[in-house]
Design a protein around this ligand. Structure first.
Ligand SMILES: Nc1ncnc2c1ncn2[C@@H]1O[C@H](COP(=O)(O)OP(=O)(O)OP(=O)(O)O)[C@@H](O)[C@H]1O
Ligand SMILES: [Mg+2]
Length: 366
């Protein structure tokens, strides 16, 4: 097992730079997930760690070794891709042991490791089958088995679950987590699915346009997003944003929206001192809005009209417009809610986020 270190890693294809000098330290045993929208450079970063792409600039270390110039086979890594790339003509057993046989590992040792791998993945009964005789989830497990049996220092996964249906994804996600708990190999896992990222990761790396926006444990990412991009990316439905002018009334900070309505903002005036008088972006998560017509002080209320109502069973999404901007609230189920219903939404000022309009950074403080 090993730590991984990326120092100012750059990737360019010809004149076009796609990864802009990223720094990332992954600890031994850690499960790190790279997440971000399509094209943000997740696969490119993973493939540079794997040695499948050359590094244009910077340095990558696995364990104590600088691996920039090492071939994939010399890096002590194992990779699982989205399309499992199993050999169709080989049995499950032969697919899994292929690499070890190539390395002329003694037969007895291969057998021992095969039995152990099949036990962890619960595929002992499938060993004689060919890949085409397996379900998607079973193929995915075989691909993992092929990686695990080599007992590499590092696992690299690139969207390994995206070919599976929704239910199986959830099941395999839990299995991957359990396997990592049983065999805590350092892992870098790429996905564009924020739920997968949040559920699997010790730490999540949010990427955007070839840069890292934030590196943090899942809960911290949700509670303390460093930027507006992270705030909007993590959470479903995403955070609502609306621009407002910041005003100070004594020790109280108020956001004045473009329609003149006013929202009381979180306390601790000092952290926003520089922003008073400026226009900022306010962020409110859908789950922090509640429907309570009689409750709440005036300053924490938002008056709106339901534009669209989506009952989800456990709760209901209500779409509305706030100061000309689309927004959504996740509220308790209410059969009387329908398009056109007048809403009084309440929000605790403490759960309102404030972002710099220019660079998107969160105005955090105390
Ligand atoms: N061989 C290549 N030549 C030129 N540009 C490339 C090449 N491979 C990738 N890119 C560009 O690099 C950027 C990052 O691509 P990458 O595959 O890393 O994205 P990703 O985050 O994995 O996206 P996805 O979620 O769609 O898989 C993209 O803009 C892509 O078009
Ligand atoms: Mg990709």
């Amino acid at each position: 097992m090993a730590a991984i270190e990326l120092n100012k890693v750059v990737k360019a294809y010809g004149d076009v730079q796609t990864v802009h000098g990223i720094d990332l330290s992954i600890k031994d045993h850690e499960f790190v997930v790279l997440v971000g929208p399509s094209g943000c450079g997740k696969s490119t970063t993973l493939r540079m760690i794997a040695g499948l792409e050359t590094i244009t600039g910077g340095e990558i270390k696995i364990g104590e070794r600088r691996v920039n110039d090492l071939l994939p086979g010399e890096r002590d890594i194992a990779m699982v891709f989205q399309n499992y790339a199993l050999y169709p003509h080989l049995s499950v057993e032969d697919n899994i042991t292929f690499g070890l046989r190539l390395k002329k590992t003694p037969r007895g040792e291969i057998q021992t490791r095969l039995i152990e791998t099949a036990r962890i993945l619960d595929i002992g009964h499938l060993l004689k089958r060919k890949p085409r005789q397996l379900s998607g989830g079973q193929r995915q497990r075989v691909a993992m088995g092929r990686a695990m049996i080599r007992n590499p220092a590092v696992f690299l996964f690139d969207e390994p679950l995206s070919n599976l249906d929704a239910k199986l994804r959830v099941q395999m996600r839990a299995e991957i987590k359990q396997i990592h708990e049983a065999v805590p190999t350092t892992t870098v896992y790429v996905t564009h699915d924020q739920i997968e990222a949040m559920t699997l990761a010790d730490r999540v790396v949010v990427m955007n346009a070839g840069k890292i926006e934030q590196i943090a444990p899942p809960q911290e990412l949700y509670l303390k997003p460093a930027t507006k991009f992270v705030a909007g990316f993590i959470g479903s439905p995403g955070m609502n944003f609306v621009s407002a002018a910041l005003e100070r009334h004594g020790e109280q900070l108020i956001g004045v929206l473009s329609d003149g309505s006013r929202l009381e903002l979180p306390g601790g005036i000092s952290r926003f001192a520089d922003a008073v008088g400026r226009t900022v972006d306010l962020g409110i998560r859908p789950e922090h809005l509640s429907l309570s017509p009689n409750g709440g002080q005036i300053s924490t209320r938002i008056e709106a009209v339901a534009e669209l109502v989506e009952p989800l069973g456990m709760d209901t999404l209500v779409h509305f417009i706030i100061a000309g901007t689309k927004a959504v609230a996740r509220v308790s189920p209410d059969a009387s809610l329908r398009r056109g219903t007048r809403l009084t939404l309440c929000v605790d000022p403490k759960s309102i986020y404030v972002f710099d309009r220019e660079n998107g950074s969160a105005l955090h403080g105390d």
